[in-house]
Write a protein that binds this ligand. Structure first.
Ligand SMILES: NC(=O)c1ccc[n+]([C@@H]2O[C@H](COP(=O)([O-])OP(=O)(O)OC[C@H]3O[C@@H](n4cnc5c(N)ncnc54)[C@H](O)[C@@H]3O)[C@@H](O)[C@H]2O)c1
Length: 308
């Protein structure tokens, strides 16, 4: 099979990422079956997908009318057999649990055509964790999306049993749906960008937790030197400080690393105050209109509570 022969895609799990990936495929003229566990869930997914497509028009990623055209390519069903019928590629987007992902792949292995390629959008797991359960390990790779509203970079990550042809096909498929694939040579947790980002978060936290520099000054350095619109702490606010704290704390305890434990404790101060970032209106910055977006921020006109 060639990428341009992919006519129908199945999205398993129609939550926030399922909606985005389904929309990206439909925009490219591919028929999409959105599958989820219950009709009630699908009602919400349908509404949110329509909103997402409308938003893509609003930000100029689509022309008016292209959103409706894309939406017409999408069907929503809670019937697994109907969802799997005639599909050429599957994108799995169920919650981050290796056992669940394995069960889902095993179920759809029985229902999908033999030629269908399986992809997972897992954030932190490795495809080898459910390759055997999928029943078609050679046809399985990770195809990992970021946020299609903001970026068009995806990771293609094989596991040791992925066929070379599968990797090439998924890379070509990513290009076909307007994404820029980063093809990895082998599996590694966190893919490419997220791996770098987690290291950046860690070093930024270390500087602030050790009182080497204030939060605002760390971001000013990053933004000022790179002419970047946001710094590491601004990015943490946008991810959510509860999520960043959970990941920091998990790895700190698992590796029993003193500096990482100190960084987790620093993050927890914000979490305990309910300052979770953009979503709660307060984190390292205040929202809307966070300090780092204001003129004069890089010049040092604002200071935070970690400033001396
Ligand atoms: N949210 C992100 O920023 C992001 C980015 C990249 C990758 N991911 C990964 O994408 C995956 C999905 O994340 P999300 O944020 O879309 O989660 P979500 O909670 O928004 O959606 C998950 C969906 O899966 C459905 N589901 C649960 N069990 C199912 C089953 N057995 N069969 C079919 N559907 C089932 C749920 O009903 C829900 O609609 C996760 O592996 C996550 O790590 C998330």
């Amino acid at each position: 099979m060639k990428a341009d022969e992919i006519k129908k895609v199945l999205i398993i799990g129609s939550g926030s990422m399922g909606q985005q990936i389904g929309a990206a495929c439909a925009i490219s003229g591919i028929a999409v079956n959105m599958y989820d566990v219950a009709d009630e869930v699908l009602v919400t997914s349908k509404e949110r997908t329509r909103k997402l497509l409308g938003y893509l028009v609003k930000i100029g990623k689509l022309k008016p009318g292209e959103d409706e055209q894309a939406f017409l390519k999408m069907s929503f069903t809670a019937d697994p057999a109907e969802a799997a019928e005639g599909v050429d590629l599957v994108s799995e987007n169920v919650p981050e649990d290796p056992k669940l992902k394995g069960e889902v792949f095993a179920k759809f292995n029985k229902l999908c055509p033999e030629h269908a390629i399986f992809t997972t959008n897992t954030s932190t797991l490795l495809p080898s964790m459910f390759a055997d359960a999928s029943g078609r390990p050679e046809k399985l790779v990770a195809l990992h999306f970021h946020d299609i509203r903001m970026t068009d970079v995806v990771d293609v990550m094989p596991h040791p049993g992925s066929a070379k042809e599968t990797v090439e096909l998924v890379r070509d498929f990513a290009l076909r749906i307007g994404q820029n694939p980063i093809v990895m040579h082998r599996q590694s947790p966190g893919y490419v960008f997220n791996f770098m980002l987690s290291e950046l978060f860690k070093t930024a936290q270390t500087l602030a937790a050790n009182e080497v520099a204030s939060v605002f000054d760390v971001d000013r350095a990053w933004m000022g030197v790179l002419h970047a619109p946001i710094g590491p702490f601004g990015m943490m606010d946008s991810v959510g400080l509860d999520t960043v704290w959970k990941i920091t704390d998990y790895w700190a305890k698992k590796l029993n690393e003193p500096q990482a434990l100190k960084n987790a404790a620093f993050m927890k101060l914000y979490v305990d105050r309910g300052e979770l970032g953009q979503k709660t209106g307060k984190g390292f910055y205040t929202y809307p209109n966070p300090e780092f977006t204001r003129p004069g921020f890089v010049k040092g006109e604002y200071s935070d509570k970690n400033s001396k």
